[in-house]
Design a protein around this ligand. Structure first.
Ligand SMILES: C[S@@+](CC[C@H](N)C(=O)[O-])C[C@H]1O[C@@H](n2cnc3c(N)ncnc32)[C@H](O)[C@@H]1O
Length: 260
């Protein structure tokens, strides 16, 4: 039977799309290529494995508190890397709030994971700590989601068809307009009828972009840039461009970038 991490990766992760997006953001800001990546809230760190495979000059540090996804990543991704690639990837089982000694070009927090920090002072601590781990020409890239489509109680499902078929269900359970606390779950239905209910559960605070930008400034970032998805005939293109005003999309994903 497929593991819940395998189901998750196949449903929501696309390392090559994420990496292309991060490279183009870095290129846009510094007109050069980043080499040292820190992947925060890395889970099974499929992204960083793809990163070290891309070039012998690429290094990665992956950070997560939970040994379970880290172990899955080791067995299923890291073990398939060549020895030199393995040496260029460091696995850190620790809190992302702690500063890492290695200074990097990119710190990335994908799939809205930093929404786990609900208190302003803790999010500020996270941003300050990221800033200390960045090189002069570094960036912190925060993937955010929002819009009315993220707060209505709803379930969305899609059938994932490559290899073994299964159904992925994104369940928006609750949203509190006073605290912005939001609860989401992921369920899976396998082809043999097996159901994995609440395979992943998220208790987040749905931060807004201006709140995050204010906190980046307070943490000491010189500027922040919002990369918003460009549209063509009302449809998202999958390309992100820096913008100071966005369209009022029903649901959106954006990258908020802190520049030291
Ligand atoms: C939604 S998963 C992200 C998986 C993957 N990075 C992605 O983009 O899809 C969130 C991960 O953050 C980890 N996590 C939560 N709080 C953390 C913290 N304070 N420090 C390090 N990792 C944390 C959890 O263990 C979990 O693996």
């Amino acid at each position: 039977m497929m593991d819940k991490y395998q189901l998750y990766e196949r449903s929501v992760q696309s390392p090559s799309a994420h990496l292309s997006c991060f490279l183009s953001i870095y290129q846009d800001i510094y007109h050069s290529e980043p080499r040292r990546l820190r992947e925060d809230f890395c889970g099974t760190f499929i992204l960083s494995c793809a990163w070290v495979k891309r070039s012998p000059r690429n290094y990665a540090w992956v950070v997560d508190l939970d040994p379970e996804p880290l172990e899955y990543g080791k067995k299923n991704h890291w073990q398939h890397l060549s020895q030199p690639e393995q040496k260029r990837l460091s696995i850190l089982k620790r809190d992302v709030l702690l500063t890492t000694q290695a200074k990097v070009d990119l710190v990335v927090a994908c799939n809205f994971s930093f929404f786990i920090f609900k208190e302003r002072k803790i999010l500020l601590q996270y941003f300050s700590s990221c800033l200390k781990s960045l090189r002069n020409q570094g960036v912190l890239i925060l993937e955010m989601a929002g819009g009315p489509g993220m707060i209505t109680s709803t379930r969305e499902q899609k059938t994932v068809k490559d290899q073994e078929k299964f159904v992925y269900i994104w369940d928006q359970k609750s949203f509190d307009p006073i605290t912005h606390d939001a609860k989401y779950s992921i369920h899976f239905k396998l082809a043999n009828g097996t159901q994995l209910k609440n395979a992943f559960n998220y208790h987040w605070r749905l931060w807004t972009i201006p709140e995050v930008r204010d906190l980046l400034e307070e943490a000491g970032f010189k500027r922040s840039i919002v990369y918003w998805e460009s549209t063509l005939n009302g449809e998202g293109t999958g390309e992100y461009v820096s913008m100071e005003q966005g369209d009022n999309a029903y649901s959106w994903i954006a990258y908020i970038v802190g520049v030291p």
